[in-house]
Design a protein around this ligand. Structure first.
Ligand code: ARG
Length: 466
């Protein structure tokens, strides 16, 4: 990137008697990072120019020149040959300067009725809209991978935990579908956020609106925006749409982080419920035996970073009077990094689902250890006519006795079980088994294998329709 430029080349040069120092130039420039919006900047400029021509504000020949120049600039950028100049501050001035170099006066007319303030707000919205569309697709891919896993393991039993204590047996498929639900809500939030991203700031100009007869609805139509921003001060200054996105992204990362935490615990040799394919793990430089679940750990760590970006943007906004302030230039790096981090994480997790190998024996052994079917025994007694609180008390006694004897409820002979209640019959062993326990929770949202399969079918339909 070059940094030499005489002050007469600056977009705002004539007003100034001395150039900024090299440090100020670097400090105030954003081209290092906002050049990633270059193609959206061109897209916005072309729509603006087309509208200017249609309104008779510039000539058809000017428009043709602008289109020709922009086509070349696009090629230069895509081919890596475009020369970005630090002294030109940002993506907008870099492209405009090159356009003027290429097509002369027509290039100088492009900025008619426009400011970098409404231009940058438009670029961010175009960029973010496209990022949201990519992310929505990735969420669906991850959900599909989880649904596949849920279907395959719809009847595999592991202990369900509350307070990290064995609570009741659940099916692995059901457990995976819990995350499918979470990611489903994330997608809903992003789709809703997209509606507010998808509005056009151009026409707001610097802050008060333009003096030319711009057709804002035409520009909105050309750019695929659903509406225009209806207040010029608001259009150039607020970044709530980006904050909203970061909030939805932080929630999505939080869901991934919870999943990561489970994968890490499950993969610990102490637990040993799963193994993760080698391609998602790394070794230790000193301990030859180690295989570490780096990908989920990093995802958990990166969640902190995405949450931080949300707080950064909220803080960026909170002290700003209307309308545009240079503070807003600081919106981009957190936003871009949020998009990148979420995008990469979703992609890698979708792939990782196929790299999860279950160890059903270990899951089963763990489920058998913690009196996971105690509630089933209580429910059994209730179904035989006992009030639930009494049943709860009786089963608590039985559990305490088993704990002392070092056995499970299902290990007690029928005669022993009947000493707790005469309501207990030989059919009790159906509910004391892990299979009996999960199969009994056969209602919408329950863990029964039959319900898991129904939920899988429901999600497959939803994902196909999305
Ligand atoms: N680079 C600036 C940004 O990111 C573009 C808008 C600058 N506007 C201005 N009046 N300095 O916000």
């Amino acid at each position: 990137m070059t940094s030499q430029l005489s002050s007469k080349d600056k977009a705002w040069s004539a007003r100034f008697s001395e150039p900024v120092s090299a440090l100020v130039q670097r400090y105030t420039a954003s081209v290092f990072f906002d050049k990633r919006m270059a193609l959206f900047d061109i897209q916005g400029s072309l729509a603006h120019a087309a509208m200017l021509a249609k309104q008779g504000i510039i000539s058809a020949a000017d428009l043709a020149d602008i289109e020709r120049g922009m086509a070349q600039i696009r090629q230069e950028i895509e081919g890596g040959g475009f020369e970005w100049q630090l002294a030109l501050e940002d993506v907008h001035l870099n492209i405009e300067k090159r356009l003027i170099e290429l097509v002369g006066d027509a290039g100088k007319r492009l900025h008619t009725g426009r400011s970098r303030n409404d231009q940058v707000a438009t670029d961010i919205r175009l960029y973010l809209r496209s990022a949201i569309d990519d992310i929505l697709q990735l969420i669906r891919t991850l959900q599909s991978a989880l649904v596949d896993l849920a279907e395959r393991e719809h009847a595999t039993i592991l202990p369900g935990f509350t307070h990290m204590q064995v609570a009741q047996p659940v099916t692995f498929g059901h457990h995976m579908l819990a995350y499918v639900e979470m990611f489903g809500r994330d997608a809903e939030r992003l789709a809703d956020c997209r509606r507010r991203v998808n509005r056009l700031p151009l026409g707001a100009a610097a802050l008060a609106g333009a003096t030319f007869a711009l057709d804002r609805y035409e520009v909105a139509r050309l750019l695929g925006f659903e509406d225009v921003c209806h207040n010029s001060l608001d259009a150039v200054s607020d970044r709530d749409f980006a904050i909203e996105f970061c909030s939805a992204a932080a929630l999505s990362m939080t869901h991934i982080s919870r999943f990561s935490e489970e994968l890490v615990i499950w993969m610990s040799p102490r637990v040993g419920f799963i193994d993760l394919a080698d391609r998602f793990c790394t070794g230790s430089s000193i301990m030859p035996q180690k295989k570490n679940p780096d990908v989920p750990e990093l995802a958990r760590g990166k969640t902190g970073r995405v949450n931080g970006h949300l707080v950064a943007l909220l803080t960026l906004m909170k002290g700003q009077p209307l309308a545009y302030n240079k503070d807003n230039q600081e919106d981009k790096e957190p936003l871009f990094d949020t998009v990148d981090t979420l995008t990469d994480t979703l992609r890698i997790f979708a792939d990782m689902c196929s790299g999860i190998t279950l160890k059903p024996q270990a899951m089963r052994a763990a489920a058998l250890q913690g009196f996971a079917t105690a509630t089933d025994l209580a429910d059994y007694l209730v179904k035989k006519g006992m009030p639930f609180r009494d049943a709860h008390e009786i089963v608590a006694h039985a559990v305490r006795d088993c704990e002392q004897a070092g056995c499970d409820l299902a290990d007690l002979p029928l005669e022993k079980l009947q000493t707790y209640s005469s309501l207990i019959g030989a059919d009790v062993f159906d509910v004391l088994s892990l299979e009996g326990s999960v199969a009994a929770r056969n209602l919408v949202g329950g863990t029964a294998p039959a319900q898991v399969l129904q939920a899988v079918a429901r999600w497959r339909q939803k994902l196909a329709a999305a």
